[in-house]
Design a protein around this ligand. Structure first.
Ligand SMILES: Cc1cc2nc3c(=O)[nH]c(=O)nc-3n(C[C@H](O)[C@H](O)[C@H](O)COP(=O)(O)O)c2cc1C
Length: 185
């Protein structure tokens, strides 16, 4: 089983990254092959227009790195979306990838590589009680992808590394990683 983390924060070693690593640790201990991709290291331009989505033209913005990340996505059995809350939503790095994925969904013949994946979310946010709804659009998107939503871990943390002081969040992320593999997604 392959588990892929799409790391949406530009802050390497930051709060979201720490939770993502705990998830990966749990998944690896449960026997998965794991990989983390820092989306900020890849140039992924925003989606062009609805016509590109309807036409399944995922390569219309050729020259950027989208297709190489897409290949990793398609090869994975479980995908963890790891994102800080930015302006009440997912980070721009993750949003650009998700928007571009809309083209793929409409591309004939690709369904079998998309269906049946397991998805999870880890997120961190600075303000108390502001993080949890970030999972809602992801959950809705997972239904659209004909995938399975495995769960999420949401933790309040602001400065770099703050989440490391929250053992219950770390344990929950690790347990989610284990569960993702053991559920056989
Ligand atoms: C551009 C930007 C926007 C943010 N917007 C929010 C927000 O809307 N709500 C919130 O609770 N925290 C917000 N934060 C705080 C981050 O979510 C918080 O610091 C988080 O732990 C950062 O995660 P990281 O260490 O993985 O980068 C924002 C931070 C930045 C840099």
């Amino acid at each position: 089983m392959k588990v892929l983390v799409l790391a949406g924060s530009p802050r390497k070693g930051g709060n979201t990254d720490i939770l993502a690593d705990e998830f990966l640790r749990g998944a690896a201990e449960a026997g998965a092959e794991v990989e983390k991709v820092y989306l900020d290291d890849f140039a992924i331009r925003p989606i062009g227009e609805v016509g590109d989505v309807l036409g399944g033209r995922d390569d219309v913005r050729s020259g950027d790195d989208y297709l190489s990340v897409l290949e990793k996505f398609l090869a994975a059995d479980v995908v963890l979306f790891a994102t800080p809350v930015y302006w009440q939503g997912v980070s721009a790095q993750l949003k650009c990838f998700l928007d571009r994925l809309s083209c793929y969904i409409r591309k004939p013949g690709y369904d079998e590589r998309m269906r049946g994946k397991g998805y999870a979310v880890v997120t961190t946010y600075g303000a108390a009680d502001e993080g949890h709804w970030v999972t809602e659009p992801v959950k809705a998107g997972v239904r659209f992808l004909a995938g399975r939503y495995l769960g999420d871990v949401c933790a309040q943390a602001y400065n770099k590394g703050d989440v490391a002081k929250k053992p219950e969040a770390l344990a929950a992320a690790r347990a989610l990683g284990e569960k993702a593999v053991e559920s056989g997604a």
